[in-house]
Design a binder for this molecule. Sequence first.
Ligand code: HEC
Length: 125
Amino acid sequence: MAVAFSGDPAAGEAAFRQCTTCHTVTNPAGEMLAGRGLAVGPNLYGVAGRPAGEVEGFKYSASMAAAGAAGLVWTEDQFVSYAGNPTAFLREYLADPRARGAMTHQVRREQESFDVYAYLATLAQ
Ligand code: HEC
C-alpha cells in the first residue's frame, strides 16, 4: 500500500533507535528488519496506514483498544501527534481526560517522528 509521508527515511532509521528498547519491525515472513527483539511494544511493521491497536497477540491498553475501535488509523499526522505525547493524544482522541496509554516514551523533536514514519513506511513497501 502506498502511504504518504514527508519525512526522511534515512534520518528516520537513526531516530528509530530510541524506539528499539520496546519495538521491533518484523515482517510477515518473520524476519526482523529493525529493533533488538524486544517486544514491550507492538511490532511496528506496516504501522504506516494501519488501524491502531491491531497487532495480534499484543495486549494493548484499554485506551488504545478503544481508540482503534473508534477508527483511529496511523496516518502521518496521527502518528506524529501520538509519538509526541501518547497519553495526551489518547485523551484528546477519545475526549476522555482519564484515558491512559501504555507507551511512556515521548519524542521531543517532532521532525524525528516525521522521519521515523517515513522509515517505517519504506520498510513495509
Ligand atoms: C518504553 C517503551 C516504548 C518506547 C521507547 C516506544 N514505545 Fe511505542 N509503544 C509502547 C507500548 C507499550 C505501546 C502500546 C500502547 C498502548 O497499548 O497504549 C506502544 C505503541 C506504539 C504505537 C501504536 C501501534 C499500534 O499497533 O497501534 C506506535 C505507532 C508507537 N508505539 C510508536 C513508537 C515510536 C515511533 C517510538 C520511538 C520514537 C516508540 N513507539 C517508542 C512502548 C514504547
